[in-house]
Design a protein around this ligand. Structure first.
Ligand code: ADP
Ligand code: MG
Length: 238
């Protein structure tokens, strides 16, 4: 589960060739970080994997199945959005259950999944509150809970912490890493933050102008950067 293969995946928006062609293998249970400067195509690549954008050519295979043209709901993946995407007028319970309700799942099964997710995220005592009555970190956990209940083959994160203050960002980084250790599910995490990449990833994919500059563990990239770009990008703090 959660094995994703990209073969020559290309994306153009009109004349603009944003991703000229990417080959990448993501293995079961890996924590993979796509890192690179703003505008390099991180979000686009994640959205292609999620099925939120159509690829221009190439192939996406998820768990052995050709998924290049599969609608998002049939890919078995869950995108984690920033916490401000929560519904302010709904309880935490209803926010987390929302995707299950949309999918028409029986209420008893919805409740079971919401309570399991709340336990994993230490939100059990907050299920009847509204998002506005939670701390920033708790709200981000609710947004993650909404993905967990779908029991996806992989979680896709697009800069989920970028609107949080520095201290909370550090806390949430640890929480997401711990969540990965608990669930052992594939996670793809997009960030422009080298520190996040170096501290969270099993495997880092360095992107630059829609191309992969290097793929490797944090240690490999640190010890043996493939080129000046990787060396400069990994080496320089924000
Ligand atoms: P990142 O997430 O790394 O900051 P993006 O994937 O958002 O980068 O964008 C990569 C490039 O693709 C940018 O030049 C951006 O302007 C362009 N782009 C992204 N989405 C669209 C779109 N829907 N239409 C046209 N150009 C787009
Ligand atoms: Mg982006």
């Amino acid at each position: 589960m959660g094995q994703i293969t990209l073969n020559k995946v290309r994306k153009a928006f009109g004349e603009a060739e944003v991703i000229p062609g990417i080959d990448l293998q993501i293995n079961h249970g890996e924590f993979v970080v796509f890192v690179g400067p703003s505008g390099c195509g991180k979000s686009t690549l994640l959205r292609l994997i999620a099925g939120l954008e159509d690829i221009s050519s190439g192939q996406i295979v998820i768990d052995g199945k050709e998924a290049s043209n599969a609608p998002p709901g049939e890919r078995g993946l869950a995108m984690v959005f920033q916490s401000y995407a929560l519904y302010p007028h709904m309880s935490v319970r209803k926010n987390i259950a929302f995707p299950l309700k949309m999918a028409g799942m029986p209420p008893a099964e919805q409740d079971r999944r919401v309570e399991d997710a709340a336990r994993i995220l230490n939100l059990s005592n907050y299920l009847d509150r509204r998002p506005g009555q939670l701390s920033g970190g708790q709200r981000q956990r609710v947004a993650i809970g909404r993905a967990i209940v779908r029991e996806p083959a992989a979680f896709l994160f697009d800069e989920p912490l970028s609107n949080l203050d520095a201290a909370l960002r550090v806390t949430m980084r640890h929480e997401i890493t711990e969540l990965h250790q608990k669930l052992k599910t594939t996670m793809i995490y997009v960030t422009h933050d080298q520190v996040e990449a170096m501290t969270m990833a099993d495997k880092i994919v360095v992107l630059h102008a829609g191309r992969i500059e290097q793929v490797g563990s944090p240690l490999e990239l640190y010890n043996a950067p493939a080129n000046i770009f990787v060396a400069g990008f990994i080496g320089s703090p924000r």
